[in-house]
Ligand binder design. Structure first.
Ligand code: ZN
Length: 188
């Protein structure tokens, strides 16, 4: 097991659609174990394979809700259905999102309050997970990663400008940058 470097925005791995997983072999099992270790070390509540430079349609999540219940899982070749986006002004406190590939930054973004994830687990079995609230947000965020989309790409005015400024200030946005959880403390 190993913590893997997390790619930072600008790296092509983050901006390229990932490929379906054809077989859950030893390399995939090792990748997911490493992703779990990397997510825990960051720390984060979700991580997608492209964030560690692997262009496969896999994401993981581990999040504790307000009742202290931990939600965790691995989604291989997922599909995601979402309820329509609610209208209304963004709430900068309740709707602020972050990403381990843009560490230390948070911006508000509208997400669907409800999502249905269909995917394959590590044993090769299909499953469905219905999510609301923050877990639904996590699913939408991680699913986007598999299509080469970052939450930065979805921000609206004025948050898109704020994000562009933050990325410029940190000299991100170019290929080949990464950080190592447990060594670099850029998040949390
Ligand atoms: Zn992310």
């Amino acid at each position: 097991m190993a913590v893997r470097p997390i790619r930072i925005t600008g790296d092509p791995a983050l901006h390229t659609p990932a490929s379906p997983v054809s077989a859950i072999d030893d390399a995939v099992l090792e990748l997911v174990r490493d992703m779990e270790e990397t997510m825990a070390a960051a720390p984060g509540v979700g991580l997608a394979a492209p964030q560690v430079g692997v262009g496969l349609r896999i994401f993981i999540w581990s999040w504790i809700d307000d009742d202290g219940v931990r939600h965790r899982g691995t989604a291989i070749n997922p599909q995601l259905l979402m309820a329509p986006l609610p209208l209304g002004d963004l709430d900068d406190d309740e709707e602020s999102e972050g990403c381990l590939s843009i560490p230390g930054e948070r911006f508000a973004l509208r997400r669907s309050p409800e999502a249905l994830l269909t995917a394959t687990d590590l044993d090769g079995n299909g499953f469905e997970a219905r999510a609301t609230g923050w877990l639904a947000r996590i699913f939408q965020h991680e699913f986007d990663h598999l299509d080469g989309v970052l939450y930065a790409d979805r921000l609206i005015h004025p948050h898109d400008k704020g994000m562009a400024k933050a990325i410029r200030k940190k000299s991100w946005g170019s290929p080949g940058q990464s950080w190592l959880p447990g060594v670099d403390h850029l998040e949390g």
